[in-house]
Design a protein around this ligand. Structure first.
Ligand SMILES: Nc1ncnc2c1ncn2[C@@H]1O[C@H](COP(=O)(O)OP(=O)(O)OP(=O)(O)O)[C@@H](O)[C@H]1O
Ligand SMILES: [Mg+2]
Length: 451
C-alpha cells in the first residue's frame, strides 16, 4: 500500500484522516517537525501531508515551511502537500513556490483531498519509474568510452541516434579528445557493425600515395604499381571508413572523394572500371574545416557533403568529474600493467587534475598517468609523479575544512557509484548511518542520480 505521512498537531484532524484514508493508504501520523523528519527519513512516504501551523508556534507558518525545506533537502522529488488555515492561503502558495506539490485549506474537503492525493501518487510513481529507468540507461560508459558528465552523455545520445543511419558524420574536436573512439562507436552501433572498420590518417600518408591508398590502383598505373591493388574504400565495403585529419586531404583526392560520396562509385588509379562500395564515411578533424572551406583550402561542396551530421567531442576540461573518473580508470589499468596495484592519488592531486586545462585532452591524461605509475613510490601518486607541481602551485591554498570536504566528497561519490546510488549500502561501506550519509550528501552537494 502507498505510504502516507500526516504531519498535524491537531489530533481530531489526524483521526478524521485515518477514517477517510485508512483503507487506501498506509498511514503514519506525527504531531511536530522533529518527528516528521525522523518519520520521513525512516519510512520514505510517497506523499507527506504537512500542516503549516506546527508547534511551537501553531499560528505561524515558519515551522511548517522549515519542515518542508528539510524534507526537500533529503529528497528533492519528495511529494509534500501542505495544509493551511483558511486565512492563510498566502503562505500555502508560498510553500508551493518553495517546492510543495500542492496545497489544501482547512477545513479539509475529504473528496478534494482524495483526488489531490491520487493525482500526486500517480505523478510520484511516474517519477520513480523514470528515475529507475534513468539509472539503467545512464551508464558511465558507452562502447569503452568513459563519461558521466552531461556533455559526454550528450555525445553518447548523439551516437545512439545517428549511428543507425548511413549518413556521413564529421567529428570535430581538439587533439586527444577521443575522436577515433567516437568513430569506432559509430561503427559498432551501426548496421555495418559486422563489417570492417578501416581507419586512415590523411596526414601520415604522403600526398602522392594517398589517392591510391584510398581508391586502389590497377597494375601499371604508375612506376611502382606492379600489381593491381584494392584501396581502403573498397576494403571498407560493408563497414566504415574513418578518414582522420580530413583537412589534410589534397584537392585532387577531395574531388574524387566527393564523387564517391555523391554516386557511391569510383575508379581505381589508372583504371576505367566503375567500382561500387557502400562503405560509410566518417571523417574527423581538429582544424576549423569550415574556415578552410571558406578560404578555399578545402572544397566547400565536399565540406557540405561530409558535414551533413557534425558531432563535436568536448575538450576534457569541460567534462567536470569525468577527469577524475578517467584518471582513476587509467591508474587502475596501468597500475595493473606495471604490477603496482592499489595505487591512489594524493588528495591535492585531485584538485590539480581538475584545475589543469588539459591541452592534450584524454591522451595527455593517459600519458601522464602512465608515466606517474612508473614513477610512483609507495601507494600514493603525487603531483610530482604526474609532473603537475606547477598546476598545484598556482591553486589557492586549501583550508583544513576544504581538504576534508574534498576527501569526503570523493569517498561518498565513489561509494555511491559502486553501489549504483543505493544509499543504505554506501552508508554501510563508509561506516556511517543512513541519515548521516544523507546529511553529508546534502552538505557536499552530491545528487544521487548523477553519481
Ligand atoms: N572517453 C574516453 N574514455 C576512455 N578512454 C578514452 C576516452 N576518450 C579517449 N580515450 C583514450 O584517449 C586516447 C586518445 O583517443 P583518440 O585517439 O580516440 O583521440 P583523437 O581525438 O582521435 O586524438 P588525435 O587528435 O590525437 O587523433 C586513446 O588512447 C583513447 O583510448
Ligand atoms: Mg585521432
Amino acid at each position: 500500500m502507498t505510504r502516507l505521512l500526516i504531519v498535524d498537531d491537531d489530533e481530531d484532524i489526524c483521526t478524521q484522516m485515518k477514517w477517510a484514508l485508512g483503507r487506501d493508504y498506509e498511514l503514519l501520523t506525527v504531531g511536530d517537525g522533529a518527528d516528521a523528519l525522523a518519520a520521513f527519513t525512516a519510512v520514505r512516504p510517497t506523499v507527506t501531508l504537512l500542516d503549516l501551523g506546527l508547534p511551537p508556534r501553531p499560528h505561524e507558518p515558519e515551522e511548517g515551511l522549515a519542515v518542508l525545506s528539510a524534507i526537500l533537502a533529503l529528497d528533492l522529488l519528495a511529494k509534500v502537500i501542505v495544509v493551511s488555515g483558511q486565512n492563510d492561503k498566502q503562505n500555502a502558495i508560498r510553500a508551493v513556490g518553495a517546492g510543495a506539490y500542492d496545497f489544501l485549506c482547512k477545513p479539509i474537503d475529504m473528496d478534494e483531498l482524495r483526488l489531490v492525493l491520487q493525482r500526486c501518487v500517480y505523478v510520484a510513481e511516474l517519477e520513480q519509474e523514470y528515475r529507475a529507468l534513468q539509472h539503467t540507461v545512464r551508464a558511465d560508459s558507452f562502447e569503452d568510452m568513459l563519461g558521466a558528465s552531461p556533455p559526454m552523455q550528450a555525445v553518447f545520445d548523439f551516437i545512439r541516434k545517428v549511428a543507425p543511419t548511413s549518413a556521413p558524420v564529421l567529428i570535430l574536436g581538439e587533439s586527444g579528445t577521443g575522436k577515433e573512439m567516437v568513430a569506432q562507436a559509430l561503427h559498432l552501433r551501426s548496421q555495418h557493425a559486422g563489417g570492417p572498420f578501416v581507419a586512415i590518417n590523411c596526414n601520415s600518408i604522403p600526398e602522392n600515395l594517398l589517392e591510391s591508398e584510398l581508391f586502389g590502383h590497377e597494375k601499371g598505373a604508375f612506376t611502382d604499381a606492379h600489381t593491381q591493388r584494392k584501396g581502403h574504400i573498397e576494403t571498407a565495403a560493408g563497414g566504415t571508413l574513418f578518414l582522420d585529419e580530413i583537412g589534410e586531404l589534397p584537392v585532387p583526392v577531395q574531388v574524387k572523394l566527393l564523387r564517391f560520396l555523391q554516386e557511391k562509385c569510383f575508379q581505381r588509379v589508372g583504371g576505367r572500371q566503375e567500382i561500387q562500395s557502400d562503405a560509410r564515411i566518417v571523417a574527423a578533424t581538429n582544424r576549423n574545416l569550415q574556415e578552410s572551406a571558406a578560404s578555399g583550402k578545402f572544397r566547400e561542396d565536399l565540406y557540405f557533403r561530409l558535414a551533413v551530421v557534425v558531432l563535436k567531442v568536448p575538450p576534457l576540461r569541460e567534462r567536470g568529474d569525468d577527469i577524475l573518473m578517467l584518471a582513476k580508470a587509467f591508474l587502475h589499468n596501468y597500475g595493473g600493467e606495471h604490477a603496482k596495484p592499489g595505487l591512489t592519488f594524493a588528495p591535492d592531486v585531485l584538485r590539480a587534475l581538475t584545475a589543469y586545462r588539459w591541452p592534450g585532452n584524454v591522451r595527455e591524461l593517459q600519458n601522464r598517468v602512465r608515466r606517474a605509475v612508473i614513477m610512483a613510490d609507495g601507494k600514493r601518486v603525487t603531483a610530482q609523479d604526474l609532473e603537475m607541481t606547477d598546476t598545484l602551485s598556482i591553486l589557492p591554498p586549501q583550508t583544513l575544512k576544504e581538504a576534508r570536504e574534498t576527501v569526503e566528497r570523493e569517498m561518498v561519490k565513489e561509494a555511491l557509484r559502486r553501489h549504483m546510488g543505493k544509499v543504505t549500502a554506501a552508508a554501510l561501506e563508509l561506516g556511517v548511518s543512513r541519515p548521516t550519509l544523507y546529511e553529508l550528501m546534502e552538505k557536499l552537494g552530491i545528487v544521487r542520480e548523477s553519481s
